[in-house]
Design a protein around this ligand. Structure first.
Ligand SMILES: [Zn+2]
Ligand SMILES: [Zn+2]
Length: 257
């Protein structure tokens, strides 16, 4: 059991024992901030990593893939959801590589049974067009994507609330190595949770984003310049590990992962 899961279980038990509203809020807030502190601190130490929010999202996604390969296989409520919604191609791919083909097969067979029972079987052109739309709509569903979106939105809101409410967090936030462009957009959107302090929060976000984008661009530029001498007949350049990471880091800033 991971330390995060352990804390969540302990938190749930304590909440059960003491139902005071204030205490409940306190525990919930404390539990939700742990992965965020970790992601930002680790990112600050690892100066080249493109984005702490990408790291947070990857962790969340990995734990969801693991959930659907383990606990969810034998849990009726999860099975009902999987039968109804299924997985997207990317997450089916992750699950297939996840080391529990038997568990995945059980879920995939009952998902197929659900489809056999519920898929439309149209007999005329009008019904066929409707059925096609219905099927396409259903193909957009994925229980992992849906859970990821919900948890991710909660984390984004919590990042903003931590920046306002945790005295040490703004400094850790400022020392991170920046954000990818998709998560810069998310931070701008979630700044609405900063209330009156939104302008201050936005300034902090802009400073971290643009300073680190510039740094990543400069590193990639230095990488290209190393080859100038080579092009003009000089010796082949020595490419360090930092040089090799410069382009993937800049691409990570532009695209996220
Ligand atoms: Zn990101
Ligand atoms: Zn998905």
């Amino acid at each position: 059991m991971s330390i995060e899961k352990f804390l969540i279980y302990c938190g749930g038990f304590l909440l059960y024992m003491r139902r005071g509203f204030g205490y409940t809020m306190f525990m919930q807030y404390k539990i939700d901030t742990i992965p965020i502190w970790n992601a930002f601190r680790e990112n600050g130490k690892n100066g080249g990593a493109p984005c702490p929010i990408c790291a947070l999202r990857t962790k969340l996604e990995n734990s969801l893939v693991s959930l659907y390969l383990n606990e969810a296989v034998m849990e009726p409520l999860y099975r009902i959801e999987v039968n109804k919604t299924g997985f997207c191609p990317a997450h089916f791919g992750r699950l297939l590589q996840g080391g529990n083909r038997c568990g995945l097969a059980l879920q995939t067979v009952t998902r197929t049974e659900y489809l056999e029972k519920n898929l439309p079987r149209p007999g005329n052109r009008g019904a066929a067009a409707k059925a096609a739309d219905h099927i396409r709509e259903g193909l957009r569903g994925c229980v992992i994507c849906d859970s990821l979106k919900k948890s991710f939105d909660t984390y984004m809101e919590t990042v903003v609330k931590m920046w306002i409410g945790e005295p040490d967090f703004p400094a850790v936030f400022a020392k991170s190595s920046g954000f990818c462009l998709p998560h810069y957009a998310e931070l701008l959107e979630f700044s609405r949770h900063a209330g009156k302090r939104a302008p201050n929060f936005l300034q902090a976000v802009r400073d971290v984003f643009f300073t680190n984008l510039e740094r990543a661009k400069r590193n990639a530029e230095n990488f290209t310049q190393k080859f100038d001498a080579c092009k003009h007949g000089g010796a082949a350049p020595t490419v360090t590990a930092a040089d090799a990471a410069a382009l993937p880091n800049l691409i990570g800033k532009l695209t996220g992962n």
